[in-house]
Design a protein around this ligand. Structure first.
Ligand SMILES: Cc1cc2nc3c(=O)[nH]c(=O)nc-3n(C[C@H](O)[C@H](O)[C@H](O)COP(=O)(O)OP(=O)(O)OC[C@H]3O[C@@H](n4cnc5c(N)ncnc54)[C@H](O)[C@@H]3O)c2cc1C
Length: 382
């Protein structure tokens, strides 16, 4: 009898899992993908909207395109996951499953920071568009990128944002009139990648005259006074502000009893299985503890590779085979440095005793490789 695989979330992990499952399983088995949004959002290109490299329409694809590939897409908000009953309530409708893949990502937790609105968010299209609008008439002042909580998606993103802003000001010939700073709650850039990579990224941004201020915990934003306040008592006035909001797991996970002590969904780091048989979780929603005690970063590259493994294991189980594939912690990430150049960091994040990460010098080549990757992504999965 045909089985039903239900995938929650049509982001980077969900679309890969759906496509891979469809390719591996005969048509008698149903693949259903649920997302509250009609669009798949390709976040790695979001910062290119800031400098006009992309329009918002260029970085999304409609999820109902998956229907042509034999995947059933349903636009609905997931309201309840009933593990015992093997069903999910979404958009008021009940979906039964034999296998479940949870790929709901990480949520931006605006409530955790008084005064924070989506229009200040570096990770939200509305925040990027508000900053882009402001930049049109900007002639100088204090420009802050602030990381308000960790872990957050794409550890490189705030550094890329600061360097892209530097580039924008340089092109407008107002760089000498801008005090560009990056405040972060972290003690170094990209901590999981190690001290050496952190120092290299710090050197990159300082070489662009961006002030780097680690160990700054943001406690509130005062829009009326155009002021940000930190836990150490410092207050700073800003003219342009972009914040990486604190992140959290979606409430629906907590309500299903799936939340672990890290605040994220615990899984087997290699098989992506949760403690409930037949239920897998991938991507940003998961909490994977590395051997050095740090967490596997929240990045699309991991959501992607985890999705491939989860899909293969489920397809093998359904076909009566013993699943053998396993996620080994490999990943890479481009680091946009402005001027049409990017670095490339890659490595083994399950390395013993620490992740083994290498960073290649910024080149135009890596920037073009990222553009090609974006094109490949939309072609491959849509
Ligand atoms: C600015 C920026 C730049 C980035 N750059 C890179 C990069 O260069 N390389 C890289 O590897 N990663 C990058 N990332 C990180 C990457 O985007 C994420 O790690 C990746 O998208 C995670 O995939 P996911 O499937 O776990 O979650 P997501 O892609 O976030 O997908 C989750 C999906 O679940 C849906 N959803 C959530 N809750 C519900 C609900 N209750 N009901 C229904 N649907 C729901 C959402 O609508 C969404 O479509 C970047 C992120 C940002 C913000």
């Amino acid at each position: 009898m045909g089985k039903t695989v239900l995938i929650l979330g049509g982001g980077m992990g969900g679309v890969v899992a759906a496509n891979k499952l469809r390719a591996k399983l005969p048509a008698e088995h149903k693949i259903i993908l649920i997302d509250r949004s009609q669009d798949h959002f390709f976040y790695p290109s979001l910062l290119w909207v800031l400098d006009g490299g992309r329009t918002p329409a260029q970085i999304v694809k409609r999820l109902d395109r998956l229907n042509r590939r034999g995947i059933i897409f349903r636009q609905a908000a997931v309201q309840k996951i009933d593990l015992a009953g093997k069903k999910v309530l979404a958009g008021g409708e009940s979906f039964s499953y034999d296998y479940l893949v949870i790929a709901l990502g990480a949520e931006l937790n605006y409530a955790a920071l008084p005064g924070l609105a989506p229009e200040r968010s570096l990770f939200e299209l509305s925040g990027i568009l508000a900053a882009k609008e402001k930049l049109k008439t900007f002639t100088g002042g204090k420009v802050f990128v602030v990381v308000a909580g960790a872990p957050f998606r794409c550890p490189a993103a705030p550094y890329e944002a600061a360097m892209i802003l530097n580039d924008i000001f340089r092109k407008k010939s107002i760089r000498d009139k801008v005090d560009l700073r990056l405040f972060t709650v972290e003690d170094q850039p990209m901590p999981v990648a190690g001290v050496k990579i952190g120092a290299a990224v710090r050197a990159m941004i300082e070489a662009q005259d961006i002030k780097y201020l680690p160990k700054y915990k943001l406690t509130s934003v005062d829009e009326a006074k155009k002021e940000i306040v930190f836990e150490n008592g410092e207050k700073h006035n800003f003219d342009l502000l972009l914040i990486v909001p604190p992140h959290k797991a979606p409430d629906v996970i907590k309500e299903a009893g799936l939340l672990g002590e890290t605040g994220w969904l615990p899984i087997n780091a290699n098989t992506l299985a949760t403690k409930t048989p037949g239920v897998f979780a991938i991507g940003d929603i998961t909490g994977v503890k590395l051997l050095n005690g740090k967490a596997l970063p929240k990045a699309g590259v991991f959501a992607h590779f985890e999705a491939e493994v989860a899909a293969k294991r489920i397809a093998e189980e359904i076909s009566g085979k013993i699943p053998t594939d396993s996620f080994k912690g490999g990943g890479s990430c481009f680091l946009e440095v402005g001027g049409g150049r990017a670095g490339l960091a890659f490595g083994d994040f399950y390395g013993v005793p620490d992740p083994k990460v290498t960073m290649l010098f910024p080149l135009k080549l890596w920037h073009w490789a990222k553009i090609l990757f974006e094109k490949w992504w939309f072609w491959k999965w849509f």
